[in-house]
Design a protein around this ligand. Structure first.
Ligand SMILES: CC(C)(COP(=O)(O)OP(=O)(O)OC[C@H]1O[C@@H](n2cnc3c(N)ncnc32)[C@H](O)[C@@H]1OP(=O)(O)O)[C@@H](O)C(=O)NCCC(=O)NCCSC(=O)CCC(=O)O
Ligand SMILES: NC(=[NH2+])NCCC[C@H](N)C(=O)O
Length: 343
């Protein structure tokens, strides 16, 4: 069975392995002992703390294959970004240059640096190891955040964003970064991404162009990737677009990847999840459900067909699922169908 639970200290070696596998551009997992250890400790503390209002919490979930005990994926939520460390984006907007005398009307695009998403919640760190990229595993890992947020809304902002990794060329370097590197930064992309990942962001304010940038003055290769995602991130974006996330012109400073947003209560999986009591009994349902308990430190989520609603609006779940979810008769769970919507 595949089970999602909060990360713990003993998962450190595998988190480091995933940080290495995910590569440059996967900003939230820098290959740095101290930062990864601190990330786990902060997550443990966040899950364990009774939170009445969102603050500086960060939650990391792992996907465990219970048949082997192996960790095969990660998924995360930052409760409120940009408060400890500024959160920067470029915003792409339109400027009109118009001369009545000459009858010239030019609409041009500019990128302006901003901190517009300060204080919102961010979903992040979505990574599934390659052999497990099959069936409903990726959907489960992405959507589990929405079950948790639906169950614990006080811990999160009304607005949720996701920063999607931008396009990289065959050598792994973002075409968008190349012009910034040559004119402004003089450091390579992995170094810049690493510095962001470990929270050293001061160099952005020091070195970034101070004025809005005309998109048409950038090299063609940089213009083309603004708002586009990395090949490996296309499934992650498709999952979020199905949830109702959309792009409003905010892009990453370094690789031009899009940041997408959705109001928490508008997220499809938040709207379509239900909280019910459980009844533990052998059962074979006809739809695959993703189910979580209502705990925080002992949060558990699974997906299975061995669950179905009965006429009393209880969710009947098999004893095996009840044990994995740490629930018994009469406890509450929250569930969501993982089936693909018929288009
Ligand atoms: C993101 C995941 C976990 C997704 O898992 P899978 O690859 O198994 O996904 P999947 O279930 O097969 O596909 C999910 C949906 O994407 C669609 N899909 C698949 N390939 C596609 C492509 N090339 N272009 C467009 N859509 C595509 C599928 O049809 C499906 O849509 P339907 O459901 O409609 O059929 C994985 O790909 C992964 O680990 N990627 C590498 C790491 C990465 O780049 N992570 C995102 C970083 S960005 C981040 O972390 C922020 C975002 C976030 O946290 O959510
Ligand atoms: N444009 C970017 N590279 N943004 C970071 C994308 C990766 C992802 N959001 C993470 O958790 O790390």
């Amino acid at each position: 069975m595949l089970l999602i639970r909060p990360i713990r200290q003993s998962d450190y070696p595998v988190l480091m392995q995933i940080a290495i596998e995910s590569g440059a551009g996967f900003t939230s997992l820098p290959v740095n002992d101290q930062k990864l250890q601190a990330k786990i400790a902060r997550s443990e503390q966040s899950f364990a703390t009774a939170v009445e209002a969102m603050g500086d919490q960060g939650y990391v979930f792992v996907l465990e294959d219970t048949s082997t005990g192996e960790i095969v994926g990660t998924s995360g939520i930052e409760a409120s970004v940009g408060l400890e460390n500024p959160l920067y984006h470029f915003h792409k907007s339109t400027v009109v240059h118009h001369s009545k005398e000459l009858d010239v009307f030019k609409q041009v695009e500019v990128l302006t640096m901003c901190n517009d998403y300060t204080g919102v919640s961010e979903i992040c760190t979505l990574f599934l190891r390659e052999p497990y990229r099959q069936g409903l595993n990726g959907r489960f890992l992405s959507k589990v955040r929405f079950l948790f947020m639906a169950e614990h809304p006080k811990r999160f902002s009304k607005m949720v964003i996701a920063e999607m990794r931008g396009v990289a060329d065959d050598s792994g370097l973002p075409p968008f970064w190349k012009w910034l590197q040559s004119y402004f930064f003089s450091i390579d992309f992995p170094t810049a991404d690493y510095m962001i990942g470990v929270g050293n962001k001061g160099f952005i304010a020091d070195l970034m162009p101070r004025h809005p940038i005309y998109v048409s003055l950038l090299p063609e290769s940089a213009q083309q990737v603004i708002g586009e995602v990395h090949e490996n991130t296309k499934p992650a974006l498709a999952l979020l677009e199905n949830e109702g996330f959309f792009h409003r012109g905010y892009v990453d400073l370094f690789d031009g990847g899009p940041t997408v947003e959705c109001q928490l209560k508008q997220i499809k999986s938040v709207r379509n999840s239900h909280k019910v009591k459980v009844l533990v009994a052998p059962v074979e349902g006809n739809a695959t459900l993703s189910i979580c308990n209502t705990h925080t430190a002992n949060f558990r989520a699974v997906f299975s067909k061995n669950a179905a609603l009965n006429d009393n609006h209880e969710l009947v779940i098999s004893p095996e699922l009840a044990e994995a979810l740490m629930v018994s008769n009469g406890d509450f769970v929250r569930y969501l169908s993982l089936e693909k919507a018929v288009k």
